[in-house]
Design a protein around this ligand. Structure first.
Ligand code: PMT
Length: 438
């Protein structure tokens, strides 16, 4: 398992610019510190109008520079990035992105980053049309060519009322992205090519070459992915569930789609938006999920069971809300076993797809994963430890140990769930194609 504080001894510059998403930077700052980082916040003058400098100073434990002249003599812009392991601008507005692309140094953040020699990550946040505008796209391309690590903004409803790409990625996802860069794993980019000029642990292009396998094609494949938790009703208002956010499964659905597959995402209740081009079917219980999987199995080439399916459901669901007044100090719920969805697919006699499961473990991961592979008749299983805040349930990053019938097929180190999903899909599609040829 990875160290409990994956950012221990890392100095991170957190640049905050004037987007309404600036409030989320407070959460990001706390998350980075909680995971061991020493965070130096730098804000633009616009950001200071949206969130308090004092708040960020209190959270980070350091004064927060903003204006070059105001702060002259206290913290020099050259000194800011000295000894930093990485700088991340989150949120990054179109304005700051444009300034960075063209070498402006008109505030503490832009000046500090111009002098920086560490890797720099950018988490854009803006209106969808501003993001799509050719000027912004060209500026992002310039930055990417120079070695900046550009995150894809999230899609959904934006503060301005529009819907589309432009939301700042969630703090957990940004932390996963940072870990990917620091660990030298594959970093998700918007799709721009080119080598970075900045010294970095590995430039984006080099990171591309450290991939386990070349990017595999999913063209012509129908892929079913299950994701998120299930919710097993107790009465009309109560249910049994777990802490799965759906992030890992949604990232897999997106990676499979980006590789050309046609993707059906069968999802328990989550707060996530469906990735573009993916067909999502919403379900609540394990029985609903099984039904949706069976309804979509025709023509399916790959099944990936990433959902945290409840092993048990209530034997009976109360028609009316169970009243606390009528119950004593204890109450017993009788639970019955749910069908195993992954095993149902793995044991199909006809039209069986290449079947991949997940194993969520807290101890003896290898032994448990191998047993699940065997019992459910899977082709592959991705085991993750789920007893740390940086991996497993709810986090933006994860670490996977992938087993197949021959044993350990790959160890995919701690990195963003998006990057991991890409690696995993490459392995699965390559294996599935090998199986077809054999
Ligand atoms: O959603 P996130 O917050 O991103 O978190 C991701 C995750 C931790 C949920 C994910 O990476 C993960 O580990 N998913 C599997 C969780 C789980 O239920 O593991 P398990 O070891 O209990 O089950 C083993 C396999 O059997 C899984 O593929 C599961 O989908 C499947 N299963 C289990 C029970 C059941 N009744 N039907 C099933 O299909």
């Amino acid at each position: 398992m990875s160290a409990l504080l994956p950012l221990k001894n890392k100095k991170i510059i957190l640049g905050i610019t004037g987007s309404i998403a600036a409030y989320k930077a407070c959460v990001l700052c706390r998350l980075l510190i909680k995971n061991g980082a020493d965070v130096q916040v730098v804000m633009t003058p616009s950001a200071c109008k949206l969130v308090g400098r004092d708040t960020l100073a209190a959270l980070s434990g350091h004064p927060v520079p903003c204006d070059i002249f105001e702060d002259a003599g206290k913290i020099g812009h050259i000194a800011i990035s000295k000894d930093a392991d990485i700088a991340v601008v989150a949120p990054a507005t179109a304005q700051t992105i444009a300034k960075l692309a063209h070498g402006f140094a008109d505030n503490m953040l832009t000046a500090g980053l111009l002098a920086a020699t560490c890797p720099i990550a950018i988490a854009p946040a803006m209106n969808v049309n501003m993001f799509r505008n050719q000027a912004t796209q060209e500026n992002l391309r310039i930055l990417s060519r120079r070695g900046y690590y550009v995150m894809r903004p999230a899609s959904g409803s934006l503060a301005c009322g529009d819907t589309g790409e432009g939301r700042m990625p969630e703090p957990e996802d940004i932390m996963g992205f940072i870990l990917s860069i620091l660990n030298g794993s594959h970093a998700q980019r918007i799709g721009f090519e080119g080598r970075g000029a900045l010294p970095s642990p590995k430039s984006p292009a080099e990171l591309g070459q450290t991939r386990l396998l070349p990017r595999a094609s999913g063209a012509g494949l129908k892929v079913i992915v299950t994701a998120g938790p299930t919710a097993e009703a107790i009465d009309p208002v109560r249910f049994i569930t777990n802490r799965s956010s759906g992030r890992m499964g949604y990232a897999i659905a997106q990676a499979a789609r980006e590789r050309g597959a046609s993707v059906v995402l069968i999802s328990g209740p989550t707060a996530l938006e469906a990735p573009e081009g993916v067909t999502r079917i919403n379900v609540r219980s394990a029985l609903d999920m099984l039904q949706a999987v069976e309804d979509n199995l025709a023509g399916c080439s790959v099944f990936i069971g990433c959902a945290a399916v409840s092993d048990y459901r209530c034997e009976t669901i109360a028609d009316q809300k169970i009243s606390g007044r009528e119950k004593g100090q204890t109450m017993t719920l009788k639970l019955v076993k749910n069908p195993d969805i992954a095993a149902t697919v793995g044991k199909l006699e006809h039209g069986r797809p290449f079947t991949v499961g997940f194993a969520a473990e807290t101890i003896n991961g290898e032994e448990h994963a191998k047993a699940k592979l065997e019992e459910k008749n899977l082709d592959m299983i991705a085991m993750n430890y789920v007893n740390s805040t940086t991996q497993g349930f709810g986090s933006g990053s994860n670490e996977l140990f992938v087993y197949d019938r021959d044993g350990l097929a790959a160890h995919l180190p701690l990195q963003s769930k998006q990057a991991l999903a890409g690696e995993l899909c490459d392995m699965i599609f390559t294996k599935a194609a090998d199986g077809e040829k054999a």
